[in-house]
Design a protein around this ligand. Structure first.
Ligand code: ADP
Ligand code: MG
Length: 530
């Protein structure tokens, strides 16, 4: 498709003068008839990647989207811009559905939004050749490895079988590598071209505070933000209502939002928030997916999210207009325990617990928080950001090159097939089962770290993960592996700066060696120490 045509369409239907980085590439690839997997942070502009091609393609574009509320917003928006669009979901009357089928027959629609549960409705009307493109929004919902798994999404692999020559575009803001390949696999688009946008949102400040007297802290936080929009994310419905009530009592236009409210109330609250009639929404994670409000100035996590993907997606709802916005996360051990309990009921317990560990490590980090996030999303970042609480108030650093070399070469020797606990056992020369049963005492790195305590090793290794030299392989038993960047330290003499780790009072567990089989989660160890 000609560039001028694309730009004219962008201007005519969306009012924008230029594409954002990556949008153009994705759109070109869609017109080339390829399958595409688009990974862009929340607010990055994913919708245009399929909405704009939909306008120009000859046949209809099918859009799978998980939330009915969201579907309606999108369709209303498109219709208002002169793009004929409609949606199908289970909440509709049969007559409405029939009216849409007729429009499809008459080729009067450019986009058709469908909830994954309602795919059967289209089955009869749409055949290959009658669809130009299949877009799957919030595609991470298909993966139980992601953070928002929806069973109905698992059926979507069927689409590629049914319409083998129709290109698919899958879009998500979830970025961890394993989930990405899982999405492509499950959608039957293994050869999809992957487009990964930068996840760096420089305009968001990052701050973590201990979760004590949270409400007082929030009251202080919003005191001088009387006109700004913000979201307080809470774990339970009850907390959303309590926090909203307290904020109201202080004169703020606050409202609770959660899945327990009826549909109409939720729509009203969303609309009021979007139109600046309500200032603060106290919400569970049910709020915000797809909410298009550009001037949210702050996001507070009253409770800890269950993983970094969710956290990043939620804070990403602030500052979509690019202006400076603040985020604050309360870190509380009670939350972690509760989240562990939730995770232990989940089908993929081990993965969830490991991701929760990374979340917790982020909260307790001693190094630049943005670096941690970007490394987590596979975007290697060298410099500190200057816009997080750690950068603002840095701990004491020292030259940790030798420590890093020892740890990384140990991980290298263990071929990325052991958890952190075993790596520390080998470094410290432990004589326990985990070490002796595999003859690790013969390794050259055995015992090279005797002089450093278990706790310190653990904290140093977390730092090495945080700054991007190692990563937890969530889908390989949470073993610790090296990243490409580790080579620089092992073979190129790169220096590593580590933060000093405060001593712990009692570390009786220290020489106990490796953990019980099940809790190779390294924070389980920390928990025992507390
Ligand atoms: P995502 O689905 O990735 O979270 P959206 O598609 O909802 O993001 O877009 C986020 C915001 O960015 C919307 O307000 C959208 O209108 C705006 N936007 C998207 N593309 C552009 C562009 N090329 N120029 C300006 N604004 C854009
Ligand atoms: Mg979107």
């Amino acid at each position: 498709m000609e560039e001028a045509t694309l730009l004219n369409t962008l201007k005519e239907y969306f009012g924008y003068d230029s594409f954002r980085p990556l949008q153009k590439k994705v759109i070109d690839s869609v017109f080339a008839g390829k399958d595409n997997l688009v990974i862009m942070p929340t607010g990055g502009g994913k919708s245009i990647c399929y909405q704009l091609p939909a306008i120009l393609l000859p046949e209809i574009t099918l859009v799978i989207s998980p939330l009915i509320a969201l579907m309606k917003d999108q369709v209303d928006g498109l219709t208002a811009n002169g793009v004929p669009a409609a949606y199908l979901n289970s909440s509709q009357q049969e007559a409405d559905r029939q009216a849409i089928f007729q429009k499809i027959d008459k080729k009067e629609l450019k986009l058709l939004y469908v909830a994954p549960e309602s795919l059967q409705f289209i089955d009869k009307v749409l055949t290959e050749g009658k669809i130009s493109l299949i877009a799957i929004d919030e595609a991470h919902c298909i993966s139980s490895w992601g953070h928002d798994f929806r069973p109905a999404y698992t059926q979507l692999g069927y689409l590629k079988n049914r319409f083998p020559s129709t290109p698919v575009i899958a879009l998500t803001a979830t970025a961890d590598k394993a989930t990405r390949s899982d999405i492509a696999q499950q959608l039957n688009i293994p050869k999809a071209k992957k487009h990964v946008a930068s996840f760096d949102r420089k305009n968001l400040s990052l701050e973590v505070r201990p979760g004590i007297k949270r409400f007082e802290q929030i009251a202080n936080f919003v005191k001088n933000r009387k006109k700004e929009s913000g979201i307080v994310y809470c774990l339970s419905r009850k907390t959303t209502e309590e926090v909203a009530a307290k904020l109201k009592a202080k004169g703020f236009k606050a409202e609770a939002y959660h899945a327990g409210l009826n549909h109409e109330d939720r729509i009203t609250i969303q609309d009021e928030f979007i139109n600046d009639e309500k200032q603060i929404i106290c919400a569970t994670v049910a709020f915000g997916m797809g909410i298009d409000k550009s001037n949210i100035r702050w996001v507070i996590h009253y409770n800890m999210p269950k993983n970094l993907e969710g956290y990043y997606q939620e804070i990403g709802r602030a500052g979509r207009d690019g202006l400076p916005s603040d985020t604050l996360l309360f870190h509380s051990y009670a939350d972690v325990v509760q989240l562990q309990r939730f995770a232990s009921n989940a089908a993929n317990e081990e993965v969830q617990l490991a991701k929760l560990d990374r979340m917790k490590q982020y909260s307790e980090a001693l190094t630049c928080r943005r670096k941690i996030l970007l490394n987590y999303f596979g975007e290697l970042k060298q410099e500190d950001c200057g816009n997080c609480d750690i950068c603002q108030n840095p701990p004491a650093f020292f030259d940790g090159t030798v420590i890093a070399q020892k740890a990384l070469s140990c991980i290298f020797r263990l071929k990325g097939s052991e958890p952190i606990s075993t790596i520390i056992d080998v470094l410290r020369g432990s004589q326990n089962e985990a070490v002796l049963s595999k003859n690790y005492q013969k390794l050259p790195t055995y015992g090279v770290g005797k002089d450093i305590s278990w706790h310190h090793w653990q904290q140093y290794i977390i730092q090495l993960i945080n700054i991007g030299y190692a990563e937890v392989a969530f889908h390989k038993n949470n073993h610790l592996q090296l990243t490409k960047a580790a080579k620089n330290v092992l073979f190129e003499g790169e220096k590593v700066r580590l933060a000093e780790v405060p001593d712990r009072k009692t570390v009786q567990e220290e020489n106990k060696g490796s953990l019980k089989k099940k809790d190779n989660s390294l924070f389980e160890k920390l928990r025992q120490l507390r």
